[in-house]
Design a protein around this ligand. Structure first.
Ligand SMILES: [Zn+2]
Length: 264
């Protein structure tokens, strides 16, 4: 019978190999050592470093194996980086001071979208506080304020919700298509907090703002970004109402020169 490498079967432990597997107190314990001779990547400067400063023994949790909780015991390398000094090596599957592998963290946060923290902790037999911390960090990353650095072309839209009695204002980066801001209402003051967040330097960097011709946003844009062109984009309107692109005219601007690009 061919010998099966459990590391190949279960792992994704890049740079590490299985040296021992045991079952203790209802838990599968897998001991991992770094594969010799491979240079590590420094967590400080992201450069390859061939010299090892030392090892530290770490125990982290991974996904369960056949419904049994699994622990990894690894000799994690601290590299002797010539630029940063002694630094932990970067691993794609384990964050720097994490108590669980990345794939377990991903599973936990996915489960937290449909189950309570307590239920997820029981399911994975993890500490309640571990699950809570993972979920909290995931939510922080997901909802942290968007980076407005380098934004120059904006598209402002209003959308009717459900019955059409309520509206939201959506501001998008015309270049990257990222949604930057969403607010209730479709009055000019509803977009004011966006410009406050953008700050005066950010407002000065805005070159053009595309919007529907009938929207209430123009005065607010002119107040915060007097240098910006306001573009009544027919393509923008055509896009919204589902007309074909070749039926849409070139964007019409309120200044004689056409705006740069086609922010709609
Ligand atoms: Zn370094």
């Amino acid at each position: 019978m061919a010998k099966i490498d459990i590391g190949d079967l279960l792992g994704d432990w890049d740079g590490y190999e299985v040296v021992a597997v045991a079952r203790r107190s209802g838990m599968v314990e897998i001991e991992l050592n770094p594969v010799g001779g491979l240079p590590g990547v420094c967590t400080g400067c992201d450069q390859e470093v061939p010299t090892v400063h030392g090892y530290e023994r770490r125990r982290v949790r991974d996904l369960p194996i056949l419904d049994t909780p699994a622990s990894l015991i690894l000799r994690r390398r601290r590299l002797a980086c010539p630029r940063c000094g002694p630094k932990l090596e970067r691993l794609s599957w384990l964050a720097r001071y994490a108590r669980v592998t990345q794939r377990l963290a991903d599973s936990v946060t996915q489960m937290c979208t449909v189950m309570t923290v307590k239920q997820v902790a029981e399911f994975y037999r993890l500490g309640w506080d571990t699950v809570r911390d993972l979920d909290k960090r995931f939510l922080q990353r997901r909802f942290e304020p968007v980076d407005l650095h380098g934004v120059t072309y904006l598209v402002v839209d209003e959308f009717a919700l459900l019955t059409g009695k309520k509206y939201v204002t959506v501001i998008t980066d015309a270049v990257t298509k990222r949604v930057l801001w969403v607010a209730r209402g479709h009055r000019r003051e509803n977009m004011r907090p966006f410009f406050e967040l953008l700050g005066s330097a950010g407002c000065q960097a805005i070159k053009a703002v595309a919007m529907d011709m009938n929207s209430a946003y123009e005065k607010e844009v002119r107040h915060h970004c007097p240098q910006a062109r306001v573009v009544y984009s027919l393509f923008h309107a055509a896009f919204k109402y589902g007309a074909r692109r070749d039926q849409a005219a070139v964007p019409v601007t309120t200044t004689p020169k056409a705006a740069h690009g086609n922010p709609g």
